[in-house]
Each structure stands twice: as C-alpha cells, then as structure tokens.
Design a protein around this ligand. Structure first.
Ligand SMILES: *Cc1c(COP(=O)(O)O)cnc(C)c1O
Length: 411
C-alpha cells in the first residue's frame, strides 16, 4: 500500500496513518485502534461517519440514477434548491462540487453585477486572514502569502481590508472606485476561529445597501448548523445577497452551492456558467438527506448546546496554562491560540491521545467535532486536549532548560 504514495503529488504533508472505518465521532485505523474525531474531516462529516440515513440515500439513488447532466431538469436538484432557499431566505441556487467552485460562482456574480453598472474593472473587498479556496481566483481572495507564493500573476480584482473593522470598509469606499461586492466569512475558520461581531455584520449590510454592493458570505465552514444557528450570519440577524455552502452539505459526498437573492439571483443567463457534475441527482439527494437529519435532530441547536459545553470545558481546563493566549469558540468551532508554532501537536494528538485535531495559522489548535457528538464525547475531547497541551508544554519547557523528555507513544 505504501508504494502508491510515491505516485501522489506532494501537495499535502500527511500523517502516517490511514483510517479504514468510522462510526459517528469514532474512527479505526488499519490496526483496529480506535480514535476520537474532533475535526469531522475539516467540518465536513457533521452527521458523523457512516450515518445510516446518508448511506441509505447513496445506495438507493446509486441504484436508481446518478447522473444525467444539466441539459435536463433534475428533480432532486429542484427539491434541494427549494429547501436550501427556504432555510436561508434566498431565491435561487447554482450547484457545483466544492467550496472553491461555489466561491468562483459568487465572484462571477459580483463581476456581472459590476458590468451591469458599467463598471469596467469591478473590485471585490476581501478580508485579512480570509480563506476562500485554492483555485486561482479564490487563492487571490485568500489571505495567505505562503499559499499564493509561486502562483502569480494573481487574479486581479480583490482589495483586502482588516476583518471586523467597519472603518476599514468605509475608508475603502471613499478611496476606491469600482467596488461591487464584499466577500467575507462570518466566522473565519482557517483564519483561527474568529467571529465577526454582530454589530459589524449589520453595519456591513447597511454599507452594502447604501453603495449597491453585493454582500457575499462564505458559509462553507460556518454554515449548516456548525455555529449553533443554521447559518453564521443569522447571529447578526442579517440576510446576505449571495451565500456559498459546501463542506457539510453532503456529509462527505462532494457538493457545493452558491445561493442568491434579489437582483443577484437573476444575473446569470443560460450559457454564462455551468458544471458537468454540479447538482447531479446523487449529490442532491444526499444533501436532501443531510438536511432531513439536521432538521429532525435539530442539529444547529445541538451545536449551540454542545459548543457552550466544549468552550466552557476548554476554558476551564486550560485556565492559567502559560502558553495559551486565547480560547475562542462559535458553536462547534473552537480555537485554542498558543504563543508558539504548534503544528507538531496534530501528530502527537494522534499518537498520544488517539485524537484528531487540526492546527491552523501555525499557532491555533482547531476543533470541529461532528454535530452528533454525545456530551461525554465532548467532555472526552476536552480531557484529551488538555492532557495533550499540559504534557506538550511541560515537555518543551524542560527542553528549553537543556533536557528533553521522551515522547510517550500511548496515553
Ligand atoms: C474549505 C473552505 C473553502 C474551500 O472549499 P473546498 O471544497 O476545499 O474548495 C472555502 N471557504 C471556506 C471558508 C472554507 O472553509
């Protein structure tokens, strides 16, 4: 099995571990060792692994019809579109296969919106610390010098301003010509779990109205219950003009969506955008099954309750830890910011605690547990994270004094 790895492009630095089976928040590796999953495939498997309703939807639809193309009407696509629009007050949706594609769609809408207004060089305001994907346009919208390095020339048409800072947006409005839209994550995920304040989101909404800009929200990570509401922007009581979804929408089956309302919903005319796989019967049926489970089990509410428990547990357990700068959360998105690069914690969490975590922006431990976790699994995540952090930092302090502690392999 290992020789196959040499034929894969080295786009990822991977952990030397391969999972073969999962159930809910639990995973098993090739040796049958059990792990606790506190990242849900990076905010994708919100219903946990191998959810029976999703498995059944995939099996039934695969037996019936998987793909016909967007040359034809697709019943499951229409049903999913209607359900999503009802959930978030939008009017129309375009389906694709990933988050970056959903954002590409939003960017194309923004440019069309500008050209309608005779703006030849439309500009989109994007945020410091933002993440919007890895395609060329979304890479330019993303704030990552490392991610952009080597891929120039970057797609033009993006102007970056400080996050959660309304004065920065007002200033840009005065200084710049041709702004047509604002693209923002209501909670920055890759950026280290930072939520925009409700007051800022409301002020942004009115600035967009005042200037005729589209307010475009990237809810790919924060949407679909993760923050304790169906969508991250609902905490501010606003409605966007354009919103993108992906990640949890298929619980691991690839699907993305770009939703719009008002004038933005009618910008595309036939032939202006498309996707071969986008919105196929299988993907859309799976997403309908995901929404069924989320509605039936009230998972957005559950994420709020479990998120409070996780955040309180982490704050309590890590209180006074000398290297912890901040513990932040929004529903079941939690970030523990340390005072140093802590990327090696991902491997140590696996080896020492049998726990899946991620580290983002080098210094922030990020937790994105499935929304179907039990209370005791949330408590177990807190226990393992705090054991990891106290052991880690104790080890490194000793190392700083010239000794080094051996790393234990098992908890
Ligand atoms: C993951 C993510 C994306 C990119 O989604 P892909 O499916 O990897 O293309 C874009 N925006 C946000 C906020 C994300 O978390």
């Amino acid at each position: 099995m290992h020789s196959a790895r040499s034929h894969l492009m080295r786009a990822y630095s991977r952990q030397p571990i391969s999972f073969v089976r999962g159930s809910g928040a639990r995973l098993w590796d090739e040796q049958g060792v059990e792990y606790l999953d506190a990242i849900a495939g990076v905010a994708v498997t919100s219903l946990g692994h191998a959810h029976p309703a999703i498995t059944a939807a995939i099996a039934e639809q695969a037996e019936t019809l998987m793909h016909t193309s967007n040359v034809f009407r697709i019943d499951w696509q229409e049903r999913l579109g209607e359900r999503l629009c009802k959930l978030c007050n939008m009017e129309r949706v375009f389906f694709c296969n990933s988050g970056a594609e959903a954002n590409e769609t939003a960017i194309k809408l923004a440019r069309l919106h500008g050209h309608r207004k005779q703006i030849a060089q439309p500009q989109i305001l994007v945020m410091e610390n933002a993440f919007h994907g890895r395609t060329l346009a979304t890479l330019a919208a993303t704030d990552s010098a490392a991610g952009q390095h080597g891929f120039g020339p970057l797609t033009p048409g993006f102007v970056r301003v400080a996050f959660d800072d309304i004065e920065a947006v007002r200033h840009a409005a005065q200084e710049l010509h041709g702004i047509v839209a604002v693209l923002i994550e209501p909670v920055q995920g890759e950026g280290g779990i930072r939520a925009a304040s409700p007051g800022y989101m409301q002020a942004l909404r009115s600035l967009c109205d005042q200037h005729g800009w589209l307010l475009m929200l990237d809810e790919i990570q924060a949407g679909l219950g993760r923050t304790g509401a169906w969508f991250g922007h609902q905490h501010a009581g606003i409605t966007p003009d354009v919103m993108t979804l992906a990640k949890a929408l298929g619980n691991g089956f690839p699907i993305g969506a770009c939703l719009a309302r008002g004038a933005a919903a009618d910008l595309f005319s036939p032939g202006q955008h498309g996707s071969t796989f986008g919105g196929n019967p299988l993907a859309c049926r799976v997403a309908c099954a995901v929404l069924d489970v989320m509605e039936r089990e009230r998972l957005p509410h559950r994420a709020a309750v479990l998120g409070d428990r996780l955040l309180a547990g982490l704050q309590n357990a890590l209180h006074g830890h000398p290297n912890v700068r901040a513990v932040r959360g929004a529903g079941l998105m939690a970030g523990i910011e340390l005072d140093r690069n802590c990327q090696e914690l991902v491997g140590r969490a696996l080896a020492e605690q049998r726990l899946l975590i991620t580290v983002t922006r080098e210094r922030t431990v990020r937790l994105l547990p499935p929304l179907v976790c039990s209370e005791s699994q949330i408590d177990e995540i807190v226990t393992r994270v705090s054991r990891l952090l106290f052991r880690e930092m104790a080890g490194s302090d000793v190392a700083a004094h010239g000794e080094s502690l051996p790393v234990e392999a098992t908890p």
